[in-house]
Every structure is written in structure tokens, then in C-alpha cells.
Write a protein that binds this ligand. Structure first.
Ligand SMILES: Nc1nc2c(ncn2[C@@H]2O[C@H](COP(=O)(O)OP(=O)(O)OP(=O)(O)O)[C@@H](O)[C@H]2O)c(=O)[nH]1
Ligand SMILES: [Mg+2]
Length: 251
């Protein structure tokens, strides 16, 4: 995609962290180099390994870096919602999200920002469209992600190939409407939840191909609880959507 040469509207990238002391420094410096005009908000859930303290020391030197501390580990969804509310209150017009573990390449963020500047309300960095790729993932993770996305697609018909992706940019107008809703999803399914709600609001959703790298530092926070939550919620959302469509057809 060709850059449009327009100045970037005020942009905030939200990075949720829990015990990412080893991974965050590399991600943050790559992000600041790749998109220097964007501000960054680290949302840390009182990481025992001192991630929040370290981020605070960077924020003290770099006015583009901010830190939001939360009382304890409360899940990805609530961390994102708190970060988005923080950014919307301060008037940022483009709000992005990415993982701390460099699975999302900061150098590919400009492509997502560009998609929103060109008209999308939500740009999703997608592993599962042509041009997208996953590097060095073990087979069980590949199967889990592909299987989850297939399940979401069959059940929910979102029209999105990578509904669980956590590399995204939202236009503030859309995000304002989304955070006003009652979103209780905690883990992976938070991403699916935001996608289905955006779709229901009539948002323009664009997928941009990305490379996804397996984390090389720190440990995954994925758990069987997170997978279970996603399975139950996606099934409920899918069944209730099908019932809605059926009721409409029978009317
Ligand atoms: N603030 C906050 N951040 C979290 C929480 N759980 C996960 N994160 C962060 O969310 C991002 C994604 O978590 P990961 O552990 O990388 O999950 P994942 O990408 O699904 O799993 P891997 O691919 O195995 O790394 C990382 O930046 C984590 O530090 C949480 O409860 N609170
Ligand atoms: Mg990860």
C-alpha cells in the first residue's frame, strides 16, 4: 500500500503487559523507531517481574510513552478497555493494539494505520489472508488458531479471516461506540467480541496481511481457561446469531 503523505492523526498504541520485562524493551524501541509520531500506552497489571516499573522509567525519559497501572492480573480484555478509555479521554483519533512479545512486527503498523486513514473504521493485521504468514509456530498453535478462526467463521459469519488477531487499529469514532457497550470478554474472545460488535455497528473492517512471529522472550499467558472461555462464548454468539437470522427469515 502506498503511504498517503498526510500527517498522521494523533495516534496511541496500547500494549497490555503481564510479566513482559524481557520482551517489552525490544518491542518498545522497535515501535518508537517504526512510528515515532505515535504515542504508546503500556497497560500493566502489576507484573511481579517489574515490567510496570521498567516502563515507568522509560516514560520518565520519553514523553511519548505512558503507563497505566492496574491492581492485578485481570485479563487482556479489561486491560485493553482501560487503555482505550484512557486514550479516548485524551482525544487520540487512531487507537491501535499490539502484543508486548514482538509477535506483531512494529514495522508493519504503518500498513494498518494507512488502512484506517484510507477509510476503514477497523484495520486487522491478519495472518490468514494471502500475504499473511506465521513464523516458527508449533503445529498445535497453528491448529488452534486456524481451528478457532474456522469455527468463528462457520458459526458467526463475520466475514473476517483472522477474528482472533490482536494487532489492530481502530478509528476513535468506532472505538467510542464499542467501549460504551458492556464487554465482559477477558481473553482471546475479546478480539472476536470487538469484531462482531464492530460488524453489528456497520463498521468498515479491512484486513491487512501481516507476519506473525513466535515469541522469543518471556512466557505465553495463554491458558486452557482462555480457550474454554472463547469456545463457550463463540458458540453462544453463533447460536444466537443463527436464531436471529432464522426468526427474520420466518417473519
Ligand atoms: N495487562 C495485561 N496484559 C496481559 C494479560 N494477559 C496477557 N497479557 C498481555 O497480552 C499480550 C498477549 O499475551 P500472550 O501471552 O503473548 O498471548 P498469546 O500471544 O496469545 O500467546 P503466545 O502466542 O503464546 O505468546 C502480551 O503482551 C501479554 O503480556 C493480562 O491479564 N493483563
Ligand atoms: Mg503472544
Amino acid at each position: 500500500m502506498q503511504p498517503s503523505n498526510q500527517p498522521l492523526p494523533s495516534t496511541l498504541i496500547v500494549i497490555p503487559t503481564y510479566d513482559e520485562r524481557d520482551a517489552l524493551p525490544g518491542t518498545l524501541s522497535r515501535l518508537r523507531a517504526a512510528v515515532p509520531e505515535a504515542h504508546v500506552l503500556v497497560v500493566d497489571d502489576s507484573s511481579p517481574d517489574g515490567t510496570g516499573k521498567w516502563a515507568e522509567s522509560i516514560a520518565a525519559q520519553d514523553p511519548a510513552v505512558h503507563v497505566l497501572h492496574r491492581a492485578g492480573k485481570q485479563g487482556l480484555g479489561p486491560a485493553y478497555l482501560a487503555g482505550f478509555a484512557w486514550g479516548l479521554e485524551r482525544g487520540y483519533r487512531l487507537l491501535g493494539e499490539m502484543d508486548a512479545d514482538a509477535s506483531h512486527r512494529p514495522e508493519q503498523l504503518p500498513g494498518l494505520l494507512e488502512a484506517v486513514r484510507r477509510g476503514a473504521d477497523l484495520a486487522i493485521g491478519s495472518r490468514w489472508i494471502p500475504g499473511g504468514a506465521v513464523h516458527d509456530w508449533p503445529v498445535h498453535r497453528l491448529l488452534l488458531s486456524r481451528g478457532a478462526n474456522l469455527y468463528v467463521r462457520l458459526l458467526m459469519g463475520l466475514g473476517v479471516s483472522d477474528a482472533t488477531a490482536g494487532f489492530r487499529v481502530f478509528r476513535a469514532e468506532l472505538l467510542e461506540r464499542l467501549v460504551a457497550e458492556d464487554i465482559a470478554s477477558q481473553g482471546y474472545c475479546f478480539q472476536v467480541d470487538m469484531t462482531r460488535r464492530a460488524r453489528d455497528l456497520g463498521a468498515v473492517i479491512t484486513e491487512v496481511p501481516i507476519d506473525f512471529d513466535e515469541r522469543t522472550e518471556g512466557a505465553s499467558k495463554m491458558s486452557s481457561r482462555i480457550v474454554r472461555e472463547a469456545l463457550v462464548k463463540v458458540t453462544l454468539w453463533g447460536v444466537s446469531r443463527r436464531a436471529q437470522l432464522l426468526r427474520k427469515a420466518l417473519r
